[in-house]
Design a protein around this ligand. Structure first.
Ligand SMILES: Nc1ncnc2c1ncn2[C@@H]1O[C@H](COP(=O)(O)OP(=O)(O)OP(=O)(O)O)[C@@H](O)[C@H]1O
Ligand SMILES: [Mg+2]
Length: 386
């Protein structure tokens, strides 16, 4: 069985570090601060949460927030005082257990194995329930893959849309593609979809958003039957799309699809920021020239400044690889710490003829004669499907 994912929520670094030693035998432990819960909790999807009370905030609101997102975790409250009201509120809000620290740390320590076991039992009963639902591919929780690049024209839209079509064609998974280039769109061209519907049509129902709303607004790519949420392609409408809309849309998609593939614009605004925060994986589409690498470096700095933790989540999709590239893939390793996920060949000739004819690159599963570009993506997708 998979290891449990632990999450420590704590505002005081030294307390967090002390507490971490208690979890030393577990491999999957994340620590975040109170302010990060809203952005990170849904994505991290922990099995066990330790919420450590801070001097200035009891954390009760956070307990309620986490319970509203999901009930799949075991939530344990670590109080720094024995105030009866606080402990009662915490229990009411839904904590499974509480300990007063530091006095009860020993008692907690002796219960760690039991807690781990309980969380595993809870997880397996949730997985069993999901497996008995025939609409569910695996566990009832999908992955959000975002395609980003600080530099325009690197191939995000073409790579992400082909990636999504391939996933849909080569598996039984439920896949949705979302075009978050709210001003200009772009995916409708590569996917050959003509429609005035767009994701902005979900605005009136965003507060009660469910799978049916999404299916009513999405389009289907003809060949793969990939579901697509198109961009409004309108600056004014685009600007009305709020951060909360983006979070709700992505989280609802994650609950109802196995794979959520997102095409992002280069510009980092609140919407892009939110989508990046929600993503399980960020694929940075990089071309092998000096300006592209310079932009990558700026993006790294910007992510640091904005507090986007991409270390574990971001990898490089090197696109338009050819022997004429100014920089070789091998050189990239010395220039950045992000791992290379895949290399995709430059394939202008084949691609031009597809794009000019408005023709879809992927049409059926197991196609034999794929152009080099599609072949590279095919290989990558198959390796992801395992
Ligand atoms: N591997 C490749 N080989 C050859 N041409 C490619 C490759 N990948 C993308 N292209 C071409 O590069 C151009 C830009 O691609 P695309 O529109 O996908 O980039 P983008 O990063 O989404 O750009 P934008 O900033 O406009 O959103 C297109 O003409 C596309 O056909
Ligand atoms: Mg694009």
């Amino acid at each position: 069985m998979n290891e449990n994912k632990y999450l420590i929520i704590c505002n005081n670094e030294s307390v967090a570090n002390q507490f971490k030693s208690l979890l030393a035998s577990f491999t999957n432990v994340n620590t975040i601060r109170y302010v990060d819960v809203k952005a990170d909790f849904d994505r991290l999807a922990p099995d066990v949460v330790f919420l450590i009370q801070s001097e200035e905030d009891s954390g009760i609101d956070l307990i309620q927030y986490m319970q509203s997102i999901s009930n799949d975790h075991l939530l344990i409250y670590l109080a720094i005082n024995t105030d009866f009201e606080t402990l009662r509120s915490a229990t009411r809000a839904g904590v499974s257990d509480f300990f007063v620290i530091p006095d009860e740390l020993n008692s907690l320590s002796s219960k760690m194995d039991k807690i781990d076991h309980m969380a595993k039992e809870k997880k397996s009963s949730i997985e069993e329930a999901a497996a008995s639902n025939i609409n569910s591919f695996k566990k009832g929780r999908g992955n959000i893959y975002s395609f980003y690049s600080g530099k325009g024209g690197s191939g995000r839209t073409l790579v992400s849309s082909t990636f999504a079509q391939t996933l849909k064609l080569e598996s039984t998974a439920q896949v949705i593609f979302i075009d978050l280039n709210l001003h200009y769109g772009g995916s409708e061209i590569f996917l050959s979809i003509e429609s005035n519907r767009s994701l902005a049509d979900l605005s009136p129902v965003i507060n009660e958003l469910n799978e049916n709303h999404i299916k009513n607004v999405s389009e289907k790519e003809k060949h793969s039957k990939l579901e697509v949420l198109l961009s409004p392609r309108d600056a004014e409408i685009g600007e009305r799309v709020t951060e909360e809309f983006i979070s709700t849309l992505l989280r609802t998609c994650r609950r109802n699809y196995d794979f959520v593939v997102v095409d992002l614009p280069s510009q980092i605004n609140e919407q892009t920021y939110r989508a990046l925060e929600e993503s399980d994986r960020i694929y940075y589409v990089l071309n092998l020239d000096t300006p592209s690498l310079q932009v990558l470096r700026q993006v790294e700095l910007l992510f640091n400044r904005l507090g986007i933790d991409a270390k574990e989540r971001m990898s490089l999709v090197i696109n338009k690889v050819s022997k004429d590239n100014e920089i070789q893939p091998g050189d990239v390793k010395s220039l950045t710490n992000y791992p290379i996920e895949v290399k995709i060949k430059n394939d202008s000739r084949a691609l031009q003829s597809f794009v000019n004819k408005g023709e879809i690159i992927r049409k059926t599963a197991n196609e034999k004669k794929l152009p080099p570009f599609a072949k590279d993506i095919h290989k990558w997708v198959i390796s992801k499907l395992g």
